[in-house]
Design a protein around this ligand. Structure first.
Ligand SMILES: Cc1cc2nc3c(=O)[nH]c(=O)nc-3n(C[C@H](O)[C@H](O)[C@H](O)COP(=O)(O)OP(=O)(O)OC[C@H]3O[C@@H](n4cnc5c(N)ncnc54)[C@H](O)[C@@H]3O)c2cc1C
Ligand SMILES: NC(=O)c1ccc[n+]([C@@H]2O[C@H](COP(=O)([O-])OP(=O)(O)OC[C@H]3O[C@@H](n4cnc5c(N)ncnc54)[C@H](O)[C@@H]3O)[C@@H](O)[C@H]2O)c1
Length: 472
């Protein structure tokens, strides 16, 4: 069969861009198809706008704090139009990284239209039929909107329209205390909105409980209200919305944000006719990201599994490498990092303490170091939080960090979990003083302390000392 391309990639988000760019840079003939905006969720409705909003909120919070270090700032005045502009300036600034032109320069044929998969090796787009021996599906996900009574007749926001708001909510009610709920709750509160978060379980349920508690306490102190319960019924009109929970609470606010998770995009573009197997929330794939249909891969948010930009990028480059070389590449999640950009941040890599206990019981140990003992943190008066390292013997299974810039401190643990470094190497590394990253050295050293200062080294030191006294 004569193919029009070597690879067809559907979706121009983090996953599709990485896969398409990777294949094109190796000289393959690549068609990259995007039906909406290049850059996908992360650039347009996700990471970039949310982190830009968080930055504006941090500035307001800092100014709101009373005199610190003998320096008094003027109380903040928030202009929503300026916050909105900062969010959209950040998107515009990053847009060229993901643009049609950039990917054409890399060698992709970029087609801005909706794709329809019409066969194992064929895709219809813009009136053309493209064919290739490999197809990569990277169609992403969309906000899951739960079947809450009254929601279809009540105005609500999701991450798809939140960043386009022309006015600042007076009282933002958020259904869902997951990652989006928590990041947005703190930000809007800091910008001056009243905020209520409705969550039936533990906020940020995938993270270490002890670490998340530090954030919940901070947000509660800042005035975010947490309501335990499941949203059951909503009603109202723009500016006056009421939510009732199964815990008999009724909350009335001006705006409603739905943040209860994601739904993989798996319908309306031909998967049904291909009889492609689906999992609970997304396309079913194996470790190599192969779907049940020969020659077709699925990567990023559209398949069942973790949904993060760096995960999409990782899968995109793995699949590109597999297509380019013809050799298998498998995903490996044992050193998967993630971070929630609240203040303080909560960063996790590998196993949490509770995951590790479930798997290894009392064979694990946990070393905990507090930022209260870190001299940079003390000098900066930013001592909130801690680092927990979960170990089996001297091997790191995971690390949880809560504190200022926690996400920046994960890298050494990537190296130790993957075996490229060790707790011994980390514990004996030279680290600039004073830095917050000294905390990872302190934890690694603490793991070795009982061995280093144990009875055998002491006996050896005594022997050396005795020899010196005898023969000097
Ligand atoms: C508010 C929010 C904040 C987030 N913050 C972070 C963060 O800080 N860090 C982090 O790691 N992750 C974050 N995420 C998650 C991250 O945004 C996603 O995991 C990531 O963007 C997924 O990338 P993707 O390429 O798999 O999918 P997407 O980015 O969704 O891309 C899929 C693309 O496919 C296109 N498409 C779909 N169907 C078709 C079709 N038939 N034809 C043509 N094109 C099609 C879509 O238009 C879309 O552009 C956040 C998410 C949200 C919602
Ligand atoms: N910093 C980051 O990396 C970052 C930031 C934002 C989003 N994301 C990604 O975006 C995705 C979606 O985030 P999310 O916050 O929407 O989902 P989530 O899965 O993190 O949290 C959803 C929460 O909603 C709650 N919930 C479900 N039904 C409810 C109901 N009826 N009433 C009240 N609460 C209810 C759940 O208990 C859960 O805690 C995640 O996959 C995440 O990986 C990542």
């Amino acid at each position: 069969m004569k193919f029009t391309h070597d690879v067809i990639v559907i979706g121009g988000g983090a996953a599709g861009l990485t896969a398409a760019g990777g294949c094109a840079l190796f000289g393959l003939k690549v068609a990259l198809i995007e039906g909406n905006k290049m850059g996908g969720e992360c650039l347009n409705n996700g990471c970039v706008p949310s982190k830009a909003l968080i930055t504006a909120a941090k500035r307001a919070q800092e100014a709101r704090e009373e005199k610190r270090y003998g320096v008094q700032l003027a109380a903040p005045t928030v202009h929503w139009s300026g916050v909105h502009k900062h969010i959209h300036d950040a998107i515009a600034h990053i847009e060229p990284h993901d643009s049609k032109e950039t990917f054409e320069e890399m060698g992709c044929e970029v087609i801005l239209d909706r794709a329809m998969i019409t066969g194992r090796q064929s895709v219809e787009v813009g009136g053309r039929t493209l064919t290739a021996p490999r197809i990569v599906i990277a169609t992403g996900s969309e906000p899951f909107v739960p079947p809450i009574e009254g929601l279809d007749s009540t105005p609500y926001l999701t991450n798809e329209n939140l960043f386009d708001l022309n006015e600042q909510p007076g009282h933002l009610v958020i259904i869902g205390g997951g990652v989006i709920g928590m990041e947005m709750a703190q930000s809007f509160r800091r910008l001056g909105s009243e905020v209520t978060v409705i969550e039936p379980g533990a906020p940020m349920g995938r993270d270490d409980r002890e670490s998340v508690q530090v954030v919940i306490d901070t947000m509660t102190d800042e005035g975010v209200r947490f309501v335990k319960g499941k949203a059951q019924r909503v009603s109202g009109t723009a500016g006056n919305i009421t939510v009732s929970t199964d815990s008999d609470e009724t909350i009335t606010g001006t705006h409603l944000l739905i943040a209860v998770g994601r739904k993989a995009r798996v319908s309306g573009y031909g998967l049904e006719a291909l009889d492609m197997e689906l999992a609970k929330n997304g396309i079913k794939v194996d470790d190599r990201r192969r779907t049940s249909v020969k020659g077709i891969y699925a990567i990023g948010d559209c398949r069942d599994g973790p949904r993060l930009t760096h995960v999409s990028g990782y899968e995109g480059s793995n699949v590109a490498l597999e297509i380019v070389t013809g050799l298998p590449t498998k995903v490996d999640w044992k050193a998967l990092p993630w971070c929630t950009y609240t203040e303080p941040e909560v960063a996790q890599i590998g196993m949490t303490e509770s995951d590790a206990r479930k798997q290894f019981g009392d064979k694990i140990t946990v070393v905990k170091e507090a930022f209260a003992d870190n001299e940079r943190a003390i000098a900066e008066d930013a001592t909130k939080g801690h680092l927990k390292v979960v170990l089996k013997g001297k091997k790191v299974l995971g690390a949880s960090i809560v504190g200022k810039n926690a996400g920046e401190l994960l890298l050494p643990f990537t190296q130790t979990i993957t075996g490229k470094s060790s707790t011994f190497a980390l514990g004996s590394a030279i680290i600039s003083y004073p830095t917050r990253s000294e905390i990872s050295k302190a934890a690694a050293f603490a793991a070795w302390e009982p061995t280093v200062f144990g009875s055998l080294p002491k006996k050896y030191a005594a022997f050396v000392a005795k020899m010196r006294r005898t023969f000097n």
